[in-house]
Design a protein. Structure first.
Length: 451
């Protein structure tokens, strides 16, 4: 694909790096000269230095072959305008990121087609959805939903008490009924593996599993990670629209005991006036005495959602120290994410990755319906449309899997509005949508087979 990215902030750089590694032709437009020079040295992409929208860059010659134009600069108005111009001069699809609240519902106020905008993505909305999913499934570490929640990919840790520790996955299948469950990725330390039946399970392995929500209890029983205690006591450290959105979501769900700690006095006053079932504390979220005084040891979840990665890490570590079993930590520096796992912060959220995944799920090319990445890994999730002329029709998956790279696995099939977690006896049919989980190194070969 030929993709033009307007803006080289964290999201723009992440998208450029991800897509260029997949063999796409990437053009990155950025106004900062120093940043442009650094990007030319770091990434295998075409970097164009340009301030705003000018004819030298925004012309039919540059945009004639543009499949996707992605506007992720720091200025919402410029993003909207640039996408409109890009569509008029040749871009096939346009995506706009907006940050300010006043643009959050712009798609409800105007006709996006008239302005040439195909999708609007709001980072904090994407982040709040991710956090809401984590709060809904307390035993999970990551939660991804497909087909309006009909099928889920989630992760959970294997406890030392799990009955499958020391057994291969093939042996685990004899101990538990896994007919509707498929283990597609196992993360051990900093390494992510696409497992086969001979993979031997160890304690603290992180399982990524595809299944329906009705089979979650089976997975938690298998991994020994099921905590039947309802997570009702929640403390949030931070402020801003993200915290307000999460708090209102919890109020709407009902039954939660929520406390918010914020250093900003005006923010504390605002929350006190706008939130109903919530205790708001004006104080330091990294102060041990403050946390103890506010009853952190009684909390089921602690959410560190300030705008500072360092403060979020410290407050989450303090919560862990005070025996809060579950923390959700906002970390915006992508390079910090692998390190966070080594210090015990397993549930981390990142707005750039959440935004990028929302954009990648929207983008289609050939028979590829969508793609996204597992946060902090080199693993990609891709959905393919199975065509009538596919040479893999009718082949049992046990045989087809042998033709797929060893670091790739077919996770699920969506057929006639039904989801199938496939066994070796299943096969693909025309019109199926097939979810494939793969390491990035296998991407080109898998795309050649199915895309």
């Amino acid at each position: 694909m030929n993709i033009i990215i307007f803006g080289a902030g964290k999201t723009g750089r992440y998208l450029a790096q991800t897509w260029s590694s997949e063999g796409n032709n990437i053009t990155l437009i950025e106004s900062n000269p120093e940043l442009c020079e650094n990007l030319r040295n770091q990434l295998d992409v075409l970097v164009i230095e340009s301030r705003g929208i000018n004819r030298e860059v925004f012309n039919s010659e540059n945009f004639r072959e543009c499949d996707h134009f992605i506007a992720v600069s720091s200025n919402d108005e410029v993003n909207i305008l640039s996408a409109s111009v890009a569509k008029k001069i040749g871009a096939r699809k346009t995506v706009v990121r907006v940050r300010e609240d006043r643009f959050g519902f712009v798609d409800e106020l105007i006709d996006l087609n008239y302005f040439g905008i195909d999708m609007i993505v709001h980072p904090e909305m994407e982040l709040s959805r991710e956090i809401e999913n984590l709060l809904s499934y307390p035993s999970a570490i990551d939660v991804y939903e497909f087909y309006n929640g009909r099928i889920m990919l989630f992760s959970t840790l294997v406890s030392q008490d799990s009955p499958i520790v020391g057994h291969s996955l093939a042996e685990a299948a004899t101990l538990f009924s896994l007919e509707h469950v498929r283990v597609v990725v196992i993360e051990r330390g900093l390494e992510a593996h696409i497992p086969r039946g001979d993979f031997v399970v160890e304690k603290n392995d992180k399982f990524f599993v595809i299944t329906g929500r009705e089979y979650l209890d089976e997975v938690f029983a298998m991994t020994g990670s099921h905590d039947r205690h309802k997570s009702r006591n929640i403390m949030i450290h931070g402020g801003g629209k993200l915290v307000e959105t999460i708090a209102k979501y919890l109020e709407l769900q009902g039954g939660f005991h929520l406390k918010i700690i914020t250093e900003d006095e005006k923010q504390a006053e605002y929350f006190s006036e706008t939130l109903n079932d919530c205790l708001v504390v004006h104080g330091e979220g990294t102060d041990l005495n403050t946390l103890a005084a506010e009853g952190i040891i009684e909390m089921d979840f602690f959410l560190a959602l300030t705008v500072s990665d360092e403060i979020n890490v410290v407050s989450s570590l303090l919560a862990n120290h005070l025996r809060v079993n579950r923390t959700i930590t906002r970390i915006e520096k992508i390079d910090y994410l692998p390190v966070s796992k080594t210090i015990g912060l397993s549930r981390c959220v990142n707005s750039s990755i959440a935004t990028a995944n929302a954009i990648m799920r929207f983008m289609k090319h050939g028979k590829v319906l969508s793609s996204s990445t597992l946060k902090g890994t080199n693993v990609v999730m891709m959905t393919f449309q199975v065509s009538e002329d596919s040479r893999y029709l009718g082949i049992p998956l046990s045989d087809l899997q042998a033709q797929i790279p060893r670091n790739a696995i077919i996770g699920a099939i969506y057929r006639d509005s039904q989801t199938i977690v496939p066994s070796g006896e299943d096969s693909i049919k025309p019109g199926d949508e097939m979810i494939v989980i793969l390491e990035r190194e296998a991407l080109r070969r898998v795309e050649k087979m199915f895309g």
